[in-house]
Design a protein around this ligand. Structure first.
Ligand SMILES: *Cc1c(COP(=O)(O)O)cnc(C)c1O
Length: 218
């Protein structure tokens, strides 16, 4: 597919769900993609990208910003405490806030540098052992903890289990967000972003459908 085709499908999904045009932000997930493919999407005017490793993002986006100007980079992968400062200086949003220690480190660095990216709390909706995120039953308490630290929590994020119907997980995430008064919902990837938009996604993270298959693991 192509960027314009994905944008058209997002617009269709917004219309079908009676959502305002443009209410969904498309995060083009560029992790491990060759720079030529990323440049091609930048050349088409897109300016919102997702990366799942700080190191990789740091090697790529400062250079692209020199050529293309302002670009929003969203960190969508797990974040180690020792990379928090670098991530916060490089990224406009962090989607995988998932533990008290990380929240506290982000709060401390925000004080030091006087800025903080938009934050999304990752919820492990499938309660999978190998996946990051707070458990659904712990989400309310963790949202409260982040708010007590004055963190700018925009919303929640999830990655549904591969072998389950994603819409059940999107609906669960939307429910947890609603009862916590959070409007942001980072959910939906290449194969399921339309159903995520139907269930309220405000940010969809689409990689392979825009850039083509990844040749190495991201
Ligand atoms: C890689 C990745 C995506 C994009 O996946 P596609 O299936 O290529 O669209 C979305 N979200 C996260 C957290 C990812 O790591």
């Amino acid at each position: 597919m192509s960027l314009s085709e994905i944008k058209r499908q997002i617009a269709d999904a917004e219309a079908q769900a009676d959502r305002a045009p443009g209410s969904v932000t498309l995060i083009a997930v560029s992790k491990v993609q060759p720079n030529e493919r990323v440049a091609a999407v930048l050349d088409q005017g897109h300016r919102v990208f997702g990366e799942n490793r700080v190191q990789e993002a740091a090697g790529k986006w400062p250079d692209f910003r020199e050529t293309y100007g302002d670009i929003d980079v969203h960190l969508i992968g797990p974040l180690q405490s020792n990379k928090v400062r670098q991530a916060m200086e490089l990224c406009q949003a962090i989607h995988a806030v998932d533990r008290p220690k990380l929240a506290k480190t982000i709060a401390r660095v925000a004080q030091e540098i006087g800025q903080c990216p938009d934050l999304f709390i990752q919820v492990n909706t499938g309660e999978e052992d190998q996946k990051a995120g707070v458990l659904p039953t712990e989400a309310d308490a963790f949202v409260a903890e982040c708010r007590a630290l004055d963190l700018p929590v925009q919303g929640l994020m999830c990655i549904p289990p591969i072998d389950e119907e994603p819409s059940l997980h999107f609906a669960l995430l939307a429910k947890i967000a609603a009862r916590n008064g959070l409007s942001g919902l980072s959910m939906g990837m290449s194969s399921d972003f339309a159903s995520a938009i139907a269930l309220g996604a405000t940010h969809v993270r689409v990689g392979s459908a825009i850039f083509g298959a990844r040749t190495t693991q991201g």
